[in-house]
Each structure stands twice: as C-alpha cells, then as structure tokens.
Design a protein around this ligand. Sequence first.
Ligand SMILES: [Zn+2]
Length: 73
Amino acid sequence: MTGRKLQERRLRVWSQNPCCAHCGKLCAFPEGFELDHKVALLHGGADTDENCQVLCSGPDGCHVKKTCRDLAC
Ligand SMILES: [Zn+2]
C-alpha cells in the first residue's frame, strides 16, 4: 500500500494513539514514527487499521527493532 491511502491510514492510526506502542514515547507526525503491523503480514496478519500501531522511528527506534524481530534477523 502506498501514497494517499497509506498517508490517510497513518493519520488515522496516529490520531487514535500518537504514542509508540512499544516504549510509550509521544511521536511527531509525520516523521517521528512508522506504521507497524501488530501481526506482521508475513505471519498472516491482516492489512487493516486495527492491525496497525505507531512505533517510533529512527536508527534506534522501536520500529527498527520490531522489524528485525519479525524477520528473525
Ligand atoms: Zn518506541
């Protein structure tokens, strides 16, 4: 999913809870976070708003760590 639809989802999910789901840090919109699938798509998770959460971005952010874990690297 790309473009406008993804931006709309980012705004919706962030509006519901702008804090990182992992560490609780308040994330700025739009650069301070990445949208994450609670259950990774490759693990059978649904591509819906309900399966998405805010994770802080950046080289040391929770999104990097979570993605790493999802991919078992
Ligand atoms: Zn975080």
